[in-house]
Design a protein around this ligand. Structure first.
Ligand code: 13P
Length: 254
């Protein structure tokens, strides 16, 4: 049985004051919510304050990235122990905006996944093809490679705590999500591959869909058997919209 998970990736949005306003709204709207894990991923600058504001609620704190080293001469970087210290329990790894902007490679992502797990952080490993790759018929190959290289250093007994988010690049921030059927198909393939690599433990790995999930579109995904939740960008910046998406997945234990 897998508990559904909905994570809000705030990306580069919200000052501390704005973040606290949003968390206030989320704490109210999601008070007493059960049957779903909820993770809030604010920017680094708001992690400490948001973490304090979430204390006592069921909502968990996540970061949007990390460095694989624990400490050292890495100007501008943030390590897993630093995130753990602030109360983070999750961290997004390998988001396409980091693969394409700062140019993170699959090997970088692999090191980040391993560093997360070694420091008691659950990595939300993002995979997904670009429009060009989809049109060239390379979707399955790209997703499989990103997932395989990203998890290559994961020990079998760590695998169950992994989270994988299928986020097709062409669906992110475009208002054009994948269809539920297509997202479910890719999630099913991911599960099959994870099973080949990690055996029965793959049955516990949660697979999320991300890309233009909103209160208008979540119905496509909340009903799909292979999809265990959502990674939400833009709609997570609005308490009512995010709460509606969380509620759609609550109680859907499958
Ligand atoms: P949007 O929900 O804004 O499309 O972003 C998805 C995403 O990138 C979450 O990580």
């Amino acid at each position: 049985m897998r508990t559904p998970l909905v994570a809000g990736n705030w990306k580069m949005n919200k000052t501390v004051r704005e973040a606290l306003e949003l968390v206030g709204g989320l704490n109210t709207q999601l008070a007493g919510i059960e049957g779903v894990d909820v993770v809030i991923c604010p920017p680094f600058t708001a992690l400490a304050d948001v973490g304090r504001a979430l204390a006592g609620s069921a909502l968990e704190l996540g970061a949007q990235d990390l460095h694989w080293e624990s400490r050292g001469a890495y100007t501008g970087e943030i390590s897993a122990p630093m995130l753990w210290d602030l109360g983070c329990t999750y961290v997004i790894v390998g988001h396409s905006e980091r693969r394409r902007g700062p140019g993170e490679s699959d090997e970088d992502v692999q090191r980040k996944v391993a560093a997360s797990l070694a420091n008691e952080l659950i990595p939300i490993l993002c995979v997904g093809e670009s429009l060009e790759e989809r049109e060239a018929g390379r979707t399955e190959r790209i997703v499989q490679t990103q997932a395989r290289v990203g998890t290559l250093n994961v020990e079998p007994d760590q695998a169950a705590s992994l989270v994988v988010a299928y986020e097709p690049v062409w669906a992110i921030g475009t208002g054009q999500p994948a269809t539920g059927a297509e997202a479910n198909r890719i999630a099913g393939l991911l599960r099959q591959w994870l099973h080949e690599w990690f055996g029965d433990r793959a049955g516990q790995i949660r697979i999320l869909y991300g890309g233009s999930v909103t209160p208008e579109t979540f119905g496509e995904f909340a009903g799909q058997p292979e999809i265990d939740g959502a990674l939400v960008g833009g709609a997570s910046l609005d308490a009512a919209a995010f709460a509606a998406i969380v509620q759609a997945f609550a109680g859907r234990v499958g």
